[in-house]
Design a binder for this molecule. Structure first.
Ligand SMILES: Nc1ncnc2c1ncn2[C@@H]1O[C@H](COP(=O)(O)OP(=O)(O)O)[C@@H](O)[C@H]1O
Ligand SMILES: [Mg+2]
Length: 325
């Protein structure tokens, strides 16, 4: 059975116009369709990559799935249970089993907490174990993420490097032994030189602890490395979802093709295709009818300007939202 089933998830934000605009031009509130109809499911142990340009709704989707924000509509089922209908006991279990690793390890750590307190806090908040048991679990988890407890337990965030801080953030997420980990661009704030180490750590831990993972990144070379399936989003919409290898070697959506064409491939004989993309990324504010990608797509057709293309399974396990297929 799927561990997570997300169906038609939407998160819309309403922006009120200024008072003057409201009176003079009778302007209506704008709507930002940050996530606009996301549907997928995850099998236990799977790593799914989530890709797309900045502002396409990746973090918004993560927050809704982690139940840190109520979605506008849609359902999220965890082991078959609708997370909006959970009893307080089920919710406590959900808070334990589903964890987020944040993008910015500086912002996500409390500057006044020592490493021990940061990693012990989730156990304390969910009232798990007694003092000794918590201490033991914190030490084990720190070793797991490659931090020697005697050296790090008493440190504050400002006494560590970005990579060390992110390891602490990962420890705080993993101390609860989660079943589903949502890693929201965990490398993007780190120096290039230490990214590989943290990426290896997450991959290694996902195997050892056997958690399911949604790994968010705008970097396709990372995702092709870590994920088994890959979802590509554009302005709140899912454009393509398929096994990673297939998306990388045979992308179908014009947007996916353009993204893949822009990825560095370490082979000098490789002839880079010319990205088939034009214009600039727009915003998901009051989107016009039709496909979100229409203004940038070279293969745009009349139907793309009027009807939003639904996500269609065009090959087994290969979904794409495009009228070309
Ligand atoms: N709390 C909010 N209020 C209004 N707009 C928001 C809020 N959070 C995110 N947005 C908007 O939603 C869109 C998606 O944002 P986000 O999920 O952070 O994208 P990503 O993580 O892919 O970079 C952006 O246009 C962003 O400005
Ligand atoms: Mg984000």
């Amino acid at each position: 059975m799927a561990i997570l089933e997300v169906s038609d998830l939407k998160q819309h934000f309403y922006i009120q116009p200024g008072l003057l605009a409201k009176i003079v031009s009778k302007k209506k509130p704008s709507v930002i369709k940050a996530v606009d109809g996301m549907t997928f499911s995850l099998e236990p142990g799977e790593i799914m990559g989530l890709a797309g340009e900045s502002g396409c709704g990746k973090s918004t989707a993560c927050l809704a799935i982690a139940k840190l924000r109520e979605p506008t509509s849609g359902t999220i089922r965890y082991n078959g249970n609708d997370i909006s209908q959970m009893s307080s006991g089920e919710l406590k279990e959900y808070r334990q089993q589903v964890q987020l690793i944040f993008q910015d390890p500086y912002e996500s750590l409390n500057p006044r907490f020592k490493v021990f307190d940061t990693v012990a806090e989730p156990l304390r908040a969910l009232d798990i174990g007694n003092k000794e048991q918590r201490q033991k679990r914190v030490l084990e988890t720190l070793r797991l993420v490659g931090l020697r407890p005697d050296e790090y337990l008493e440190r504050y965030p400002h006494q560590m490097s970005g990579g060390e801080r992110q390891r602490v953030g990962i420890a705080a997420a993993l101390v609860l032994e989660p079943k589903l980990v949502i890693a929201d661009e965990p490398l993007s704030m780190l120096d290039v030189s230490i990214r590989a180490g943290i990426l290896d750590l997450i991959r290694d831990l996902s195997e050892r602890m056997n958690f399911t993972c949604i790994y968010v990144s705008h970097d396709l070379s990372i995702l092709s490395n870590i994920s088994e399936r890959l979802m590509i989003m554009y302005l709140g919409r899912m454009m393509e979802l398929a096994p990673t290898k297939e998306v990388i070697t045979d992308p179908l959506h014009p947007y996916a093709k353009a993204l893949i064409a822009a990825v560095a491939i370490p082979d000098p004989s490789y002839k880079r295709p010319v990205p088939d993309i034009r214009g600039e990324v727009s915003q998901p504010i009051d989107p016009p009818p039709g496909c979100r990608f229409q203004t940038r797509c070279k293969q745009v057709m009349d139907v793309c300007r009027t009807l939003e293309p639904p996500l269609k399974e065009v090959k087994p396990d290969h979904f794409v939202a495009c009228y070309l297929y």
